[in-house]
Design a protein around this ligand. Structure first.
Ligand SMILES: [Zn+2]
Ligand SMILES: [Zn+2]
Length: 175
């Protein structure tokens, strides 16, 4: 069975938000070969949801839950319909702190997992400077960080992409 497509999280197997598993989904009761592994914010204790119950919005509706914090998107004035798609019908991602879904051009970005070391090393110019300003980090500290950086490590640097203009946006997270 082919996985549903998630516009704002196009490669959930690569990011390990979804993994192959024999576990049954608590929402639909079926074992469909894949299970979701990242956050699900709900008052109930729900550990296993299948990608299909995420994509249909069934699990979010049934448990009044969400996979992603909506505040950063609402704060950026992303249209509610898109915020709902990201928060209620898109897999979240693994992060140290609460995830901060990025936005650009007035819309939600696609999540592309941990940035590769090579792309960060090549990153320069205005976007890098903006990132360093936002993180209050010097360029020396950035280079030092890169010399130890491992995808999936601490700190983590996540890669997002604007579906409208294609700009890549990185966001940093650590314990
Ligand atoms: Zn299900
Ligand atoms: Zn954009």
């Amino acid at each position: 069975m082919e996985l549903p497509f998630f516009k704002y999280h196009p490669h959930p197997l690569a990011t390990r938000a979804i993994v192959k598993s024999d576990l049954s989904c608590e929402c639909c009761g079926e074992a469909r070969g894949y299970i979701y592994t990242a956050s699900f914010y709900t008052a109930e204790q729900i550990d296993h949801i299948c990608p299909w119950c995420i994509a249909s919005g069934e699990a979010a509706k049934k448990y009044q839950g969400s996979y992603v914090d909506d505040y950063p998107l609402l704060d950026a004035n992303v249209p509610l319909e898109i915020v709902n798609e990201v928060c209620e019908r898109t897999p979240g991602y693994h992060s140290w702190q609460q995830e901060i879904w990025q936005s650009h051009c007035g819309t939600a970005c696609e999540f592309h997992g941990d940035a590769e070391t090579a792309e960060l090393t090549q990153w320069q110019g205005e976007p890098l400077q903006q990132f360093l300003d936002d993180e209050m980090m010097s360029i020396e500290r950035w280079h030092q960080l890169l010399s130890h950086y491992q995808p999936g490590g601490n700190p983590a640097i996540y890669k997002f992409k604007c579906p409208s203009c294609g700009e890549v946006i990185y966001s940093m997270d650590y314990t």
